[in-house]
Design a protein around this ligand. Structure first.
Ligand SMILES: Nc1ncnc2c1ncn2[C@@H]1O[C@H](COP(=O)(O)OP(=O)(O)OP(=O)(O)O)[C@@H](O)[C@H]1O
Length: 260
C-alpha cells in the first residue's frame, strides 16, 4: 500500500501522566493506520487509554513519545495558523455530552466553525441545509439547546462536527448519554454519512450496538491495541458483526454484557 493512502498514522504513541509515585502510563506504544472513508471503532475497558488516544489525535494532549500523522503530516509539528486550521477544519469532534453553546441556537452552533473561518454565508447555508436534512434537525435550527432532547442535541452536535467537511471525525462515546432509540438513530445517520459522503470516522465506544456500525474495531487494553476485528465485506450483516464484537468483549470482560 502507498503511504499516501493512509489518512491517519499513529506510530508507537506513548503517553505518561505525572511522575514518580503519581505516574500513570496511559498509552504504551499504540500503532495503527486509518484509511480514507473507514469507520473505525475503539473499544476497551474504563481506563484503558481510549480518550487519551483520541485527545492526542485531536492535539488536546501531547504524546510523551511516538508520532501521529494526518495526510502524511506530523501533527505535533503544527504551530500557529497550521494548528488552528488542523483543529478547526481538518478534524471534527463529537463529544459524549454534546458540548453545544447554550446561548446559541442550533443553527448558530452548527455554523460556528464556518463563521470563524470566514466561509461565505451562501456556502454556510448550503452546508447547513444539507446536514440538517441528513440529521433530521431541520425543525430545530432556531431552537436553543435547552429546548432540545438529548438525542436532538447530539444530532445537532454531529452536524457541527461535519460542517467543515473535516478529513476525520473523532467521536468520544457519542451514544454514551443517549437512550437505545436515540443511540440507534444517531448511529444510522453517522453510518449513512460515512457511506454516502465517505466521511472518515474514529469512534470510541463502550456500546457493542454502536460499534457494529463500524467497518473495523480496535480493542485496547492497558494502553496497547491487543485485538482487531474487521467487518467482512461484502456480505457480513451488522448483526453478525455485533455477535463477533460481543464474543471479544466476553473474552475480555469474562461476561456476556455488551458494555465493557
Ligand atoms: N490528565 C490526567 N492526569 C493523570 N492521569 C490521567 C489523566 N487523564 C487520564 N489519566 C489516566 O490515564 C489512564 C487512561 O485514561 P483514559 O481516560 O484515556 O481511559 P479511557 O479508556 O478513555 O477510560 P473511560 O472509558 O473510563 O473513559 C487512566 O488510568 C486515567 O486515570
Amino acid at each position: 500500500m502507498n503511504i499516501s493512502d493512509k489518512l491517519l498514522q499513529v506510530k508507537e504513541v506513548h503517553k505518561t501522566f505525572g511522575e514518580g509515585q503519581s505516574e500513570t502510563v496511559a498509552l504504551k506504544g499504540v500503532s495503527f493506520d486509518v484509511l480514507p472513508g473507514e469507520f473505525v471503532g475503539i473499544m476497551g475497558a474504563s481506563g484503558s487509554g481510549k480518550t487519551t488516544l483520541l485527545n492526542s489525535i485531536a492535539t488536546m494532549l501531547k504524546p510523551t513519545s511516538g508520532q501521529i500523522l494526518l495526510e502524511g503530516k506530523n501533527i505535533s509539528s503544527f504551530k500557529g495558523s497550521q494548528l488552528a486550521n488542523y483543529r478547526g477544519s481538518k478534524i471534527g469532534y463529537l463529544f459524549q455530552e454534546f458540548e453545544l453553546i447554550d446561548n446559541l441556537t442550533a443553527r448558530e452552533n452548527i455554523i460556528l466553525p464556518l463563521s470563524i473561518h470566514g466561509v461565505n454565508p451562501k456556502e454556510q447555508e448550503e452546508q447547513l441545509q444539507k446536514l440538517a436534512k441528513q440529521f433530521d434537525i431541520e425543525s430545530l435550527l432556531n431552537k436553543f439547546p435547552s429546548q432540545m432532547s438529548g438525542g436532538q442535541k447530539q444530532r445537532v452536535a454531529a452536524a457541527r462536527a461535519l460542517i467543515s467537511s473535516p478529513s476525520i471525525v473523532l467521536a468520544d462515546e457519542p451514544t454514551g448519554a443517549l437512550d437505545t432509540k436515540n443511540a440507534k438513530t444517531l448511529m444510522d445517520k453517522l453510518y449513512s454519512n460515512n457511506q454516502t459522503e465517505g466521511t472518515t470516522i474514529l469512534m470510541v465506544t463502550h456500546d457493542a450496538n454502536a460499534a457494529s456500525f463500524c467497518s473495523r474495531i480496535l480493542f485496547i487494553q492497558d494502553g496497547v491495541i491487543f485485538h482487531e476485528l474487521r467487518k467482512n465485506v461484502p456480505g457480513e450483516t451488522q448483526n453478525s458483526f455485533y455477535e463477533r464484537i460481543l464474543t471479544v468483549l466476553a473474552q475480555l470482560g469474562g461476561g456476556s454484557s455488551n458494555v465493557l
